[in-house]
Design a protein around this ligand. Sequence first.
Ligand code: ARG
Length: 576
Amino acid sequence: MADLQAALAEQVSAALAAEFGAEYAGADPVIRPSSFADFQANVALALARRIGAPPRDVAQRLAVRLAESAICERVEVSGPGFINLTLRDSWLAASATGQLADQWLGVTMAQQAQRIVVDYSGPNVAKELHAGHLRATVVGDAVVRVLEHLGHTVIRAAHLGDWGTQFGMLIEHAIDVGDQATSEQLATGEFTVFYQAARVKFDADASFADRSRQRVVQLQAGDEQALRLWRMLVADSMAYLRRVYDRLDITLTDADMDPESFYNPMLASVCAELEASGIAVISDGALCAFPPGFTGRGGKPVPVMLRKSDGGYGYASTDVAAIRYRLLDLGATRLIYVVGSEQHQHLEMAFAVARQAGWLTSAASAEHAVIGLMTGPGGQRLQTRSGEQVKLVDLIDEAVQRAEEVIKDRYDDPEQRGQIAEAVGIGALKYGDLSVARSSSYALDFDRLLGLTGNTGPYLQYATARIRSLFQRAGLTPDEATGPIVLTAAAERALALRLLSFGAAVADTALTAEPHKLAAFLFETASDFTTFYEQCPVLKAQSQHIRDSRLALSALTLRVLLTGLDLLGIPVPDRM
Ligand code: ARG
């Protein structure tokens, strides 16, 4: 078994069962990395009460058993009852050799494959993606990749915003401009220009605004002309999104964009169901649910607006219907919404309604994977000089341009330079996003993101390139390095120990939907490799078997880094 933490957990569980009885075998042994030893098991503190003995005594008794196990070199009890575990070098070396031979690199498949919906990116028809979409897109895609890698069935959902009152205005504007000019404008993906022109007319011209409102009603009633123009807007938007997603290597396809309008046919029956069960009531002519625990100013309950007083449906209606569909029709048991923090209350309320309705039971879960803000360099709102939202495509272009600046002296061939700059720029931008806790805000700083040292995309890309060039010099392919791995130096041991935690890092990332955990692991791996490489000669090792071992450790590092970066969706150039 190459998942170190899982192997340790097994040992501690076995000791628990042997010492205190089989009923304790299933308890979480609470294994954590430790700065005093390799790991720490905190299970004695967790179970002392249940066992009915002081935590230190429990720890002591477990320690005696663990000291006999084949994997522990040293077992010490410290503090109120921590068990510090130091692993045997020989066991670490054998495990690392095993990890190298394991196509899963020590990642353990989920014991129970789940059907999981990941709602991410959150694009809207007739609007360009802006900088704020980057995180919800990149984080969501990493979560999807990690979950699929563990064997879960993932349903990607971009929940495309294609329905709402603004479409009346857009269609009316399309009619004014004419089909030909409209499609020419939209084909370029410059939706902002089109949207703003419509907006200006809507605000300035009362009769245009009136026509726009009527146009919405026609659209919602299925009027053919309105529908035709709406479909054109949707198709052009999808084509535009396709281009941006492809460039960013986001795994969303057209089939993953069940748009808001997809839920239209379900809205009436969802409302009827909620009204019949008394969860929704008519309030000021509108149909609202008031899930308990959500109050606004003065303690007044906040409504989930299911149907407006004019009979129309809105954003909340759709989200409530989508939850029902995802749980009951798609049969999902986990829903993950990778959406900005400003929608937290909206989503929590929709989940609460689903719980009240009995759609969301203890057999399933719904979570808002909160996305924080990406701000300007000084923490202020990120905006262009003229005060507009920064377009995502402009952000990408700038990242690639700056990457080209950084690497330009190293490549003469402009085509190769262009390709590497694309991978480095996009990798830096995506990794910068993934390496911070998703719920915290961070300031966009290209110099930091593109740095060749520190926790950055380029640093990790460079680490892989360095290992590849090592193999080139050795005249071997990484696959040819099979070890066995032996541990003769502290830096080798530290690297092996790290690599063996790959499975735990992936599992933790899947559990919490927090890719920064995997990013941190990869950065630590690359740092440990750097130390190893500085301290341990590989090609000039003093003996053949140490050389073979070090090449194998390097190959294992390369594979772990490449697999991990792929799970994060970070492109990796062959050389740098
Ligand atoms: N399109 C929405 C927006 O721009 C985000 C959608 C998030 N997903 C959801 N199921 N509400 O705000």
